[in-house]
Design a protein around this ligand. Structure first.
Ligand SMILES: [Zn+2]
Length: 669
């Protein structure tokens, strides 16, 4: 995924809410654990039993799904998916008598087991719903059937699906639907063993209205006839969070023989132009880490309500349209999702506690792709921005969430990880290893790691053992075990972290400081060469508030208010809100209603919620924007509004605001 959206303040709130929700887990589990008594435990648990996943009810040490066959019907009118899921099962425990699946808000109509050619009904129990984990589905399978089939339908409120009215699409004519399964939302549209510890192949037969194209994280055919009847095969084993589906008015635009873009008709060509370097990114990554193993690599550009930057659904990355800014300055998102084809989709974390194994490795590989295609300066600038964000987030972040490998109780809700930790600190750790062992040695190590654990799901401890054997012991004297363990198990960023120097960001700092002191803006000949990264850094380093005439001067020169670049907007609008700059209000309203990507809009909602007047405005805007938001986004906004403790609105700053510690311009050195 690209970008957990949580910033420091609501992250703490969310952790608290999740802790309370986890309390419900234990309570609701009590009555039903008493029911099935005669279930002898195996004499010895398999070696992998040490790896647990607190976010799933499944018992993969007893039985594993090896293949999933879906037969589904998409109904836009009722906002439901209905049909059957058939599991091919590998019974590891020959005494097991139950198959336990994860579900959320599903209606289970019927469950059958296959004996010979016959399907016979099976007894099952659906437990009361837990707020975070959903409902445990326990199926009695005394015969340990090789295949079990569940007939079910989804709820219109399924947490992993978003249904868009035609008015919320670019084309305005056809409804649109898409899934977001990570972390544990697949269970809201398919009953399954919803843990990355289980990998399975899948096939699907999906029907939809004739004018809707359907795509999945599988073998999409660029030439598929649009007839409302589609079949898919995913021949590589994937974890459940990579199960994905989308339906709507989507057309294909090729980038290369094996890469292309799917999007609504008006977006397809601009998207293909923005992502023109995708094939180069693929060959670059193959040179570093071995062949791309998934066949085609296509990108589905979703409507603006997609709550994330991107999602690495195999063979079909889901992407926000907010990175299509016309100058390829935000294509690191594609580098990131593509990198997951090695780090994450190929070698996967075995539970969300170890999310850094996916996101940290991917952020590292992303940065290597950017360096290779666009040069070291750009890669360094992106590191500066991310590390500055980490520094801000870590001022308030619970130390428990600052370790790369989280303790089981640190993450009650798997959506509650810290992005600074799993993405930025994770990548930083690998940059540290690269610096100490040398790029050639580290590249060879990483390639070997991806090969060794290909199509497996592992825990941090497995990586640590592998790194000790294949790096520390192989190249003695470079990194101590204590250093390795400090990075992985301790909060904060170790003193051994390599520093990044960005000359261009240094010049931006100088320009900002000069303007703050003199009101003289940098020469246009200088700023005309700035990319998104430099503008982001320019705005991000501003004091907590500015005077109205300062904001006006910036707006007159750079037109920040109303910018089409969401990365700039997400930093500029909170600054205007904190400063009481009312001129930006109409544009803020349009911005918050126009997109639903959480990372971009949440900072502005948080800034608005800090004052009584801003809170009232945010409620008014949210009421209008809500129909276009994904349930994940609505949940975040409602939380900020509900937990707001607004102060009276400030009088616009008449004197230069003191530069507090919080607002100190980030250092780029
Ligand atoms: Zn990611």
């Amino acid at each position: 995924m690209h970008g957990f959206p949580m910033r420091q303040s609501n992250l703490l709130a969310l952790s608290l809410a999740a802790l309370l929700a986890a309390g419900c887990t234990r309570e609701s589990a009590t009555p039903e654990t008493a029911a099935p008594a005669a279930n002898p435990e195996p004499a010895a648990m398999p070696a992998v039993a040490a790896e647990t996943d607190e976010h799933s009810y499944a018992q993969p040490d007893k039985v594993k799904t090896t293949d999933l066959a879906l037969d589904l019907r998409i109904d836009f009118a009722s906002k439901q998916i209905a049909g059957t899921a058939t599991y091919t099962l590998d019974w590891l425990d020959k005494a097991a008598t139950q198959l336990v699946l994860d579900t959320r808000d599903l209606t289970i109509d019927k469950i059958e087991g296959q004996t010979g050619a016959e399907w016979t009904p099976l007894q099952f129990a659906l437990a009361p719903a837990d707020n975070t984990l959903g409902s445990k589905l326990t199926i009695e399978t005394p015969a340990r059937h090789a295949k079990v089939r569940v007939t079910y339908k989804t709820s219109p409120q399924a947490s992993g699906l978003q249904w868009l009215e035609p008015s919320m699409t670019a084309g305005k004519k056809t409804p649109f639907m898409f899934s977001q399964s990570q972390q544990i939302h697949a269970r809201s549209w398919v009953p399954l063993q919803d843990t990355p510890r289980v990998r399975f192949t899948y096939t699907a037969h999906v029907t939809a209205p004739e004018n809707a194209m359907v795509l999945m994280s599988a073998d999409n055919d660029p030439n598929a006839a649009r007839d409302g009847d589609y079949t898919f095969t995913m021949p590589q084993k994937i974890p459940s969070y990579l199960l994905a589906i989308a339906a709507g008015d989507m057309v294909f635009e090729p980038i290369s023989a094996r890469a292309g873009v799917w999007a609504e008709p008006s977006m397809a060509k601009p998207a293909a132009a923005e992502f023109a370097d995708t094939e180069k990114m693929m060959t670059t990554t193959e040179t570093l880490y071995g062949p791309y193993r998934w066949g085609r690599y296509d990108i589905l550009v979703l409507p603006p309500s997609f709550p994330y930057g991107g999602m690495e659904n195999p063979r079909l990355t889901f992407a926000t349209p907010t990175v299509i800014v016309g100058d390829q300055s935000l294509v690191s998102l594609i580098a990131h999702e593509l990198a997951h084809s090695w780090s994450g989709n190929l070698v996967t974390f075995s539970s969300a506690k170890d999310a850094w194994l996916n996101e940290g490795f991917t952020s590292y590989v992303e940065n290597r792709i950017i360096e290779s295609l666009y040069g070291k300066e750009r890669a360094d600038m992106e590191n500066v921005i991310e590390r500055n964000e980490l520094a801000v987030e870590y001022k308030e972040l619970d130390p428990k969430l600052q370790a790369l490998a989280l303790k089981p109780d640190a993450l009650p809700d798997p959506d509650g990880s810290s992005s600074a930790t799993v993405y930025t600190k994770g990548a930083w750790f690998l940059q540290f290893l690269e610096e100490r062992f040398g790029r050639d040695n580290f590249d060879a190590f990483l390639r070997g790691y991806f090969d060794h654990y290909a199509f497996q799901s592992i825990a941090t401890a497995t990586f640590v053992d592998y790194a000790k054997a294949n790096l520390l012991a192989k190249y003695p004297g470079k990194v101590t075990e204590a250093e390795l363990e400090e990075w992985i198990y301790q909060p904060g960023v170790p003193a051994s972290a390599p520093k990044v120097q960005s000359q261009r960001m240094g010049l931006v700092d100088a320009a900002r400081l000069a303007w703050l002191g003199s009101h003289k803006l940098p020469l246009p000949a200088f700023t005309s060469k700035w990319t998104t990264q430099e503008w982001v850094h320019f705005v991000e380093g501003m004091p907590e508030t500015l005077k109205l005439e300062q904001l006006k001067q910036l707006d007159d020169a750079y037109k920040f208010t109303g910018t089409a670049n969401g990365e700039i907007a997400q930093r500029w609008y909170p600054l205007t809100v904190r400063s009481g700059y009312a001129d930006a209000r109409p544009a803020i309203g349009e911005f918050l209603q126009g997109i639903g990507r959480r990372k971009l809009i949440m900072p502005t909602y948080e800034a608005l919620a800090a004052t009584t007047d801003g809170l009232a405005f945010s409620k008014e805007i949210y009421a209008k924007a809500k129909p276009g938001y994904h349930p994940i986004t609505s949940g975040s906004v409602e939380k900020v509004i509900a937990e707001a403790k607004p102060k009276p609105s400030p009088a616009p700053a008449a004197t230069p605001a003191p530069v507090t510690d919080d607002a100190a311009p980030p250092a780029s050195g």
